[in-house]
Design a protein around this ligand. Structure first.
Ligand SMILES: O=C(O)C1=C[C@@H](OP(=O)(O)O)[C@@H](O)[C@H](O)C1
Ligand SMILES: C=C(OP(=O)(O)O)C(=O)O
Length: 423
């Protein structure tokens, strides 16, 4: 696909529903008693993988024009699937399902695409085994994973990485465990699981970095309105911030504080982003307006990293347009996403003439010289593809993106929205 440099981005857009919340809405809806109506659900491939896995375990899930309707089977109502579960490209589906499957009275195998088969699963296998789960994985760390029936008991577990997927897998297994389950986070990661548990009547307490769950008798279905995904909004926030003359409003974006690191960093870089129409339901949301402004380099590291982990590729693009040096550190987790996102962004930014160095845990971007268009590789990674598209819009001369269809993982309409804005 060709990407041409574009003029100012102006107007109002919406972005698709939050991916993390959409996954959890299907999973908890399936385990609840009663019917869950989900509005704003992300019809991206990852969330469709989650739907597919639950359908294979006997859950009726209907998709209409504006809702996903999940007929809950209750905590103990899942059925043994007649074939292996396929989790596609989705780390969230794979790891959260591990937690749920660990507590089921049947044997089940799960695997995904070539990228998912390279992503570490030992991090969830270890605590689940401590809870009594019986799990086998390729080389004891990778998909395919097979889970065998076992009795679970609660544990107290200190997470070695700030990962919401790991935290959620343990808490989901905790639904099936005897006694309390406690996880201790090294830094706050997205808390959508905890919020949704509370909404469904589960007793779960957060005390600083410690989260404790009491196994419930059952979950009560509630309707779920999914806000727009701030990780998808981030592409337009950066595009608006770096393309001269832009003024763009993104409506109904989820601004859960565990997800808003990208707003903090872009503002630190000098971006003009304002929030309006704020409302707080189970998840807070608002409209975000970004105006072009001159950016400068910043240092990004420490506890903010889990609050912006998926936005770092597009933040690296903002850094290329910012005056001075941007240092990204403590971001080793980027190496085990859909691709090695540090290596991918360093290679592709370099193609665009950006002065960037890879480090052990991030990168250093020496920004300010206008990048030029190039022929970019996406590494079959949706976030890399969209980050490079944003780079292409603001660069000098045309760019090409290979395999642009990978955006369908989290944002099927991304290029249509871009095109509409360009009109
Ligand atoms: O829990 C979630 O929904 C997610 C957690 C993050 O992964 P980690 O838990 O591996 O950091 C994030 O990168 C992913 O896109 C979604
Ligand atoms: C890392 C991501 O997702 P997942 O881990 O669910 O594959 C992502 O969407 O950027």
């Amino acid at each position: 696909m060709q990407i041409q440099p574009c003029g100012p981005l102006r107007g109002e857009i919406t972005v698709p529903g939050d991916k993390s919340i959409s996954h959890r809405a299907v999973m908890l809806g399936a385990l609840a008693n009663g019917t869950t109506h989900i509005t704003g659900f992300l019809m991206g491939e990852d969330c469709l993988s989650t739907i597919d896995c639950f359908r294979k375990m006997g859950v009726e899930i209907n998709i209409t024009d504006d809702e996903v309707i999940v007929e809950g089977v209750g905590l103990h109502g899942l059925e043994a699937p007649s074939e292996a579960l396929y989790t596609g490209n989705s780390g969230t589906t794979t790891r959260l399902l591990c937690g749920i499957l660990a507590g089921q009275p049947f044997t089940v195998t799960m695997s995904g695409d070539p990228s998912i088969q390279k992503r570490p699963m030992g991090r969830v296998m270890k605590p689940l085994r401590e809870m009594g789960a019986s799990i086998e994985g390729k080389n004891d760390n990778f998909c395919p994973l097979t889970l065998f029936p076992s009795e679970l008991h609660g544990i107290e577990y200190r997470l070695p990485v700030a990962s919401a997927q790991l935290k959620s897998a343990i808490l989901l297994a905790g639904l099936y465990a005897e006694g309390q389950t406690t996880v201790i986070e090294p830094a706050p990661s997205r808390d959508h699981t905890e919020r949704m548990f509370r909404a469904l009547g589960v007793e779960i307490e957060t005390n600083g970095s410690t989260i404790t769950l009491d196994p419930p008798e059952d979950l009560h279905a509630v309707d779920i309105a999914v806000p727009g995904d701030i990780s998808s909004a981030a592409f337009f926030l950066v595009a608006g911030a770096i393309i001269p003359g832009s003024e763009l409003t993104i409506k109904n974006v989820g601004v859960n504080p565990t997800r808003t690191g990208v707003l903090d960093v872009l503002r630190d870089m000098g971006a003009d982003i304002t929030e309006s129409n704020f409302r707080d339901e189970a998840e807070p949301m608002c409209d975000l307006t970004v105006k072009y402004s001159k950016l400068h380099g910043v240092e990004i590291g420490g506890a903010i990293i889990p609050r912006l982990i998926d936005e770092l590729p597009v933040i690296a693009v903002a850094a290329a347009f910012a005056e001075g040096e941007t240092v990204i550190r403590d971001a080793q987790e980027l190496k085990v996403k859909e691709s090695n996102r540090i290596a991918a962004m360093v290679a592709e930014l370099t193609k665009a003439g950006v002065d960037v160095e890879e480090t052990d845990d991030g990168m250093i971007v020496h920004g300010g010289a206008k990048p030029h268009g190039a022929s970019f590789e996406t590494y079959k990674d949706h976030r890399i593809a969209m980050s490079l598209a944003v780079l292409g819009l603001a660069a000098e001369g045309a760019s090409r993106i290979d395999e642009p269809e990978v955006v369908a993982i989290s944002y099927p309409d991304f290029f249509n929205t871009l095109e509409r804005l360009g009109d």
